[in-house]
Design a protein around this ligand. Sequence first.
Ligand SMILES: Nc1ncnc2c1ncn2[C@@H]1O[C@H](COP(=O)(O)OP(=O)(O)OP(=O)(O)O)[C@@H](O)[C@H]1O
Length: 443
Amino acid sequence: MATTGTAAAPDTEWSEFKLDPESEFRVEVDLSSTAAFEVVRGSAEVFGSEVATRAEVQLRAGSKAAVFSWTGAVVRVKGSRAAEYCAGDTPMPSYLNVHVALENVRRDAAAFSTSSNPLSGPSVMIVGPSDVGKSSIAKILANYAIKHHHPITFASLDCADPPLALPGSLTATIISRPIDIEEGLSGTPSSTGIQPLVYYYGYIDPNEKLKLYQKQVSLLAATVQSKLASDPALRTAGVLIDTPSQFTENPALLSHAIEVWKPSVILVVGHERVYSDLARQFQGSRDVSVLKLAKSGGVRIYEYKERVRVTVTIESSDGTDAAKTDMTYTRSCISRQGVPTRTSISQNPRIFYGTTKFPLSPFSNIVSFNELAVRRVGDATTILASALPIGQDRKTQETKIVKVEVGDILLNSVLAVSHADRLDAIAPASVSAQLSQQIKKRL
Ligand SMILES: Nc1ncnc2c1ncn2[C@@H]1O[C@H](COP(=O)(O)OP(=O)(O)OP(=O)(O)O)[C@@H](O)[C@H]1O
């Protein structure tokens, strides 16, 4: 479909766009300022969340959005935009087909489940390289499930960009309301009142401490599965599992996650080789279906330069504009530049102060160091393999619990607050999702 819209207007004025049925309006906001859009007529959605008519939706600096309409709509936009256009060629019909198939499985699971033979809904793992729209597809499928009144479990194994916690975390949550368009999952209250489940891995690349990462993935899977087993509504709705791009590069990561999560559907987005490997592996299987999904043309890979500019903004932030900056860019920038993760985390005010719509009120809670027991998972010292005790290898060091002497070593560090009730249970325990302590302020 040809691009339609009004001629370039000043940032403060609305520009109107007419959307044909099954087309979407894509907008990329400038890195330095914000924008807003409104659905004037018709019905439209953003990643499956319906947009109210005549309600202004704010878009953060550097963010991208796709306003999709099944039946046609008129949208208008204002603010600083780097790009905007309408596209008629979208993979949304194929995403809807997947949803319909998942919905059939949910319906059958609910209809034929008995106490002696409890049936489960689909467990869907989404796999693909970086920037192909995996998280967006997970959101679309979650929102569509919620439209059918299914509270659904949403797990993210993407430790670089977890939707609900600090980078370095693996998370799972139950969502029963449409995902907030402006704030994402972190701005979507769970009407079930259940806190998100967070396991802290502490690095943004799963390969950095492979054994530790796999251990945390297994723990998250086991906890989610036991929750689903005890709750028929959640079990029949199933689970959506978003994964990091490294799963397409390191087969050990992918096969381990498949082993512990036991997905019934694997959606492969934008990666032929992984799709054909998995399709071959599960050929003829009645338990696992492997499907290939097309990447949306709207998902654009960020240029290295763009990512660097955003990081600079965050690091010199005073809590205003940078507070609205999307972590997606930060994360990629950190990994590319080799900047220590914790520096950028502690200097990103959004994590501690929230956003304009959902402000947080962090507070200091003075605790004597004598009352704190600080432990690090993994031995930071690099010991020669030949110097390790017999039967131990470097991998076992990655999950070792090491005592940390409180002091300067914690400067600029963010600590996870463990739910463990005993020190020797720290490793298998989840951590608090309500992390609002900035240790450096107290040192
Ligand atoms: N159809 C679309 N039109 C415009 N932008 C889109 C579209 N789909 C996704 N995006 C945007 O593209 C960016 C990348 O999408 P997303 O985070 O879903 O990809 P991903 O594969 O999960 O990335 P990563 O592996 O790096 O976490 C996001 O900013 C998202 O808002």
